[in-house]
Write a protein that binds this ligand. Structure first.
Ligand SMILES: Nc1ncnc2c1ncn2[C@@H]1O[C@H](COP(=O)(O)OP(=O)(O)OP(=O)(O)O)[C@@H](O)[C@H]1O
Ligand SMILES: [Mg+2]
Length: 260
């Protein structure tokens, strides 16, 4: 992995919301390097600052201290963002195709061109989805596929996914894991995925970053011991069990001992 170029450098990032007594420190001295093409997962307790961290990385939120540098500071990468509340970001009055195409629409791309781009991305990643349906009528899994496709439509350099699977059933999740891995392998996109499911985080990530309670900083980073070519059955392997043991030790240290 170290032969891949350094891509995102987060250095001593600190961020608080509010003033005076209402001041809420969310990130404190958060430092992390991400390499180009890396699949990184983040695991942390509720409300610790995961979404804020993602927003700081993409520049939607500013920092009080520290810095985030992309690509050596040369250019801003294109970002595809799958929001935590993905249903809330779908437009129920538009079809699946028009929801996926929305980033093109706001860039003034014509309807025929939008539709051909949507069909191309659906075919490229072999998604099974009804493009003519309205999003209010979709199952959770189909709604999530729509928001993933929308994040892919501009051919992003970085794909941000904020708890993308937390509201879905187990079987849907397993099929989406495969889909996301397939997208990652086919495109070489850098993926930053937040999860509150340990199995999911350590299965998908090449590295998993464990966050402390708020204010969030890096508690530990766990390297994957799984083969590069992932298969769901690896969740039953000894390598997986040993990673999970390590993860639980980190989790126990952070969640239990530090609050004692
Ligand atoms: N725009 C904002 N203004 C004020 N406070 C905010 C804002 N965004 C987040 N916060 C606060 O920052 C803290 C961290 O929120 P954040 O959403 O980043 O956590 P999270 O780890 O993503 O939470 P969850 O597990 O619920 O997804 C919370 O206390 C939240 O209330
Ligand atoms: Mg969040």
């Amino acid at each position: 992995m170290s032969d891949r170029p350094l891509y995102i450098e987060i250095e001593h990032a600190s961020k608080a919301f509010g003033e005076g007594q209402k001041r809420n420190v969310v990130l404190r001295d958060f430092s992390l390097d991400v390499r180009k093409g890396e699949f990184l997962t983040f695991f942390g307790p509720n409300g610790c600052g995961k979404t804020t961290l993602l927003n700081v990385i993409v520049g939607v939120e500013s920092l009080d201290e520290g810095s985030v540098k992309m690509n050596g500071g040369t250019s801003r990468p294109r970002v595809g963002y799958v929001f935590q509340d993905y249903r809330g970001y779908l437009m129920p009055w538009l079809t699946v195709a028009e929801n996926i195409a929305f980033p093109l629409r706001i860039r003034g791309v014509s309807k025929p061109e939008r539709m051909s781009k949507v069909e191309a991305v659906v075919a490229r990643f072999q998604f099974r989805i009804d493009l003519g349906a309205y999003t209010y009528a979709l199952s959770g899994g189909q709604a999530q596929l729509t928001s993933i496709l929308r994040a892919l439509i501009l051919d992003p350099d970085i794909l941000i996914m904020d708890e993308p699977f937390s509201a879905l059933d187990y079987q849907t999740n397993l099929s989406l894991y495969e889909k996301v891995l397939q997208i990652w392998e086919a495109t070489g996109v850098t993926i930053l995925l937040v999860s509150h499911d340990i199995d999911e985080a350590i299965y998908l990530g090449e590295r998993t970053v464990f966050l402390t309670k708020r204010p969030a900083s890096v508690a530990a980073v766990l390297e994957s011991k799984l083969p590069a070519q992932k298969e769901l059955t690896q969740m039953g392997s000894e390598a997986f069990a040993s990673m999970k043991k390590q993860a639980l030790e980190i989790f126990r240290r952070e969640a239990l001992e530090k609050s004692a």
